[in-house]
Design a protein. Sequence first.
Length: 363
Amino acid sequence: MEDSHPLLLTVCCTSYNQVDYIRQCLEGIVMQRTSFRFEAVIHDDASTDGTQDIIREYAEKYPAIIKPILQQENQFSKHDGSLRRILITACKGKYTANLEGDDYWTDPLKLQKQVDFLESHPDYGMVRTNFSRYYQNENRLEPGMFESMLNMTDTHQDYILNARFAGPCTWVYRTEFDRNRPIFDTSRYFGGDLALVLEISRLSKIKYLGDNTAVYRILGKSVSHMVSAEKTLLFLIRLKNTRLLYAKLQPLGFRMKFWATVCRSYRNKYKSAHRYKDWFKACATDFYELLFHFLIFFAHNHFPKYCSNIIQALSISTSPLFFLKSTLRLFNLSSASSEVNLSSSNIISKPINFCENSIQFSP
């Protein structure tokens, strides 16, 4: 497409030390056939294996499409929202398509199909599709998504309760949802795919198209397939923390169900490895929360309003001072006062500054 056409979609592609896979990823981008103009922001997070050289090669060959941002310092490891600020400022299209440097697209009409749907259905915020799985260590391609995804409902509560993997390499969504959502401390929360799908499903609807448009590559060291028990524990805690932010916005009965599900998932993860100490460590705070959510539920149905308010204050913090302040505040507020504010300062960093010139593409 000519540059005179308005930019409608930005592909947001991230890479780090993926020299063996990035070429296939970029080929899947440049083969897209669309009736609209799109560009691909390729952010490399200071790779040291030659990945950046391949990105430069494609940027020279397809300058109208490939827009590289080649870092010399790793941004993800800062855990301060730097990476997301860079990406969201660089993605200027009405729609954004997700892709990581080790995954790739197989359908040249993928973007066209998804944008056509979103253009004609303003009540939907995201479109995802079917995909295949490639097990790198086994050199094996499995058509179709994971079995656990077959019964997905794409509702907000389903994403909170089950933390389902929804194939981010297939997503196309309205960029406004990403621009307006909170920026999390990624040492404690997931600030990427999970947080994004939770926010979109909270505010809008998600559409599933059955077309198989991509391949998700499963590596031995991928984030969602870790083998280290310690790393898995940290992964699960960040997963729980992110879902909890949204679970606390739901009705009380759902919050109780959420805590029970979290404890059960931890138990199943560590029981098979006989790592009961890790399971207890992961669940310790959850048992506390589950107990008080039960007391809240009981108080709402069997005790006067003040009793309920006191127990709500207890569930918020173990700090006596904070407990007293919370109790006084809750006496004067409705039950909605126990909801979590997703823009609270101790969880989320400063708002994004969308300065047009704050991002420089690498030469």
